[in-house]
Ligand binder design. Sequence first.
Ligand SMILES: C[C@@](CO)(OP(=O)(O)O)[C@H](O)COP(=O)(O)OP(=O)(O)OC[C@H]1O[C@@H](n2ccc(N)nc2=O)[C@H](O)[C@@H]1O
Ligand SMILES: Nc1ncnc2c1ncn2[C@@H]1O[C@H](COP(=O)(O)OP(=O)(O)O)[C@@H](O)[C@H]1O
Length: 332
Amino acid sequence: MPTPTGSVTVSAPGKINVCFLVGPLLSSGYHRVASVYQAVSLLEHVTATATDEPGIGLSVEFTPGSVLAARARRRADSGIDLLAAIPRDATNLAARAAALVLAASDWDGGVHLHLSKAVPVAGGMGGGSADAAAALVACDALFGTALGSRELARLGEQLGADVPFALLGGVAVGLGTGTELTPALAPVPFHWVLVPADFGISTPRAFAALDEHRRAVTGGAGPDRIPVPAAPADVLHALRAGDPQGLAAVLHNDLQEPALGLAPQLRPVLAEGLAAGALAGIVSGSGPTLALLCLDEDDAEAVATSLGHRGIDAVPVTGPVTGTQILSRTSG
Ligand SMILES: C[C@@](CO)(OP(=O)(O)O)[C@H](O)COP(=O)(O)OP(=O)(O)OC[C@H]1O[C@@H](n2ccc(N)nc2=O)[C@H](O)[C@@H]1O
Ligand SMILES: Nc1ncnc2c1ncn2[C@@H]1O[C@H](COP(=O)(O)OP(=O)(O)O)[C@@H](O)[C@H]1O
């Protein structure tokens, strides 16, 4: 392998689960799911730079011009540092990804990762997973490990259930714990308005709340007895047909009620989104980001503007978009 020099910058998308069905609880603590992922045009960027000193360095910013950056500036005025929610040590998903690629390389130096974040943190949109996917691809290109997409997906799976999808992008069905991916067709863009919350929801807490609810309604029967969910044909049909009204009718997330139970203040925001003209609204993944599906680009702009007038941050996006992409490479 050649000596790594310079930097590689890679982008990776956040995601919405347009359908998320949660099946049985496994002994690993994970659940079997059927997830229909759609990658959307809210991107994370990771720049990996080779360093002579061993180890993994990390710096993080909110992408200049993003809603996250604007919000962070407002909160900084009240003495709150929103970047503090992002781990800067070896537990950061991007650092863990870099460590896996370093281990597969013969480079005895290190790497510095710079994360530029536009996806809400702990928002149910897979931002950390996107950072991990981007770091895997950036380090693979930097170290010349040429791991290939299957091996990168295998490493991604070790980092989190959403990482393989962030590598792939587009639209895909995820079975197993969400990592067994089959790409699906969605030839026409869909228009969404994202409403990021100013707090996070822990993914394990949302799954645990669902399990508790299931225990309560089944009179104690275990969440391990829930049937294994299958890919939803109606959702895949609406995506293939490019039919936003059809998709609006079948959006579904088993984690929505648990997330709304943990964050009831989201209910009126969902209602405001519908009143502003969205076709339907859903909690993305384990929340708390809301994804409002709109008829077309003009409607999405109008819904975002209307919510903005009511003091609610709202970001129009489209999907599907591609997975990880190498954007630039400098040679030191
Ligand atoms: C819910 C989803 C929907 O896409 O996304 P987010 O809301 O986190 O973005 C995913 O299933 C999350 O993916 P990810 O955030 O990568 O999860 P991981 O780090 O692998 O797992 C965190 C924890 O979530 C729970 N978990 C995750 C996936 C799964 N199939 N079953 C689970 O029960 C487990 O408690 C696990 O310890
Ligand atoms: N690169 C990263 N960006 C954001 N959060 C990270 C990252 N690495 C680790 N984390 C941790 O993972 C948690 C979930 O982050 P994130 O991926 O943004 O949300 P979600 O799993 O809801 O999509 C955060 O609360 C944080 O503690």
